[in-house]
Design a protein. Sequence first.
Length: 221
Amino acid sequence: MFFEKQQAALILDKERTEIELQMLKAQLHPHFLFNTLNNIYSLTQDVSAKASGMIMGLSQLLRYMLYDCNKPMVPLDKELKMARDYLELETIRYDHHLDISLQLPQQGGHLFIAPLILLPFLENAFKHGASKMTEQPWISMSIDITGQELSMKLINGKRAGTRSPAPGIGIMNVRQRLQLLYPGTHQLQIDDLEEMYIVNLKITLDTASEKSIAYGVAAEI
């Protein structure tokens, strides 16, 4: 019995060591990634302002996804900044041949939103809209805040006569998340027209209330 207990203790100690190593690796990878991006950013500042700007934007986007999006709710201001950063990166990638109309509120007040609710719609606008247009690709995005209600209208042009493919996993997932996180407090309408794709989304958001405090985000106000 003593031998079995000793063997079990050795196995548990080995497993604990392996778990600690895995946790260390998980912590190391993001730091390595960001340190490398910072080094590349420093090297490209004197070579290409466009390249250094893209690296900085990518770094900020990854930092948001890795560190902020592991929480159930994030301040709306951070989600709006993510949308701006993403659109800026895409604009540079298209070498400014993309016509973007962007209207976002300057501040989100003390409102909170589930992270990465808006991004799948933006990605879809580029994947099935702008990237398929050979001439004058365009995207229009406007977000308004009235009280606690967020209203987003996202329109992207597409080639006439083509139908957008069936919703991908990104749109399917965001539909499910909306149903789970905002039951009865959201409206989503998607229209696939002849020359454009229109998304209308309305969500009643949380404030810095007891619900937000329960999510553990009140300290970020």
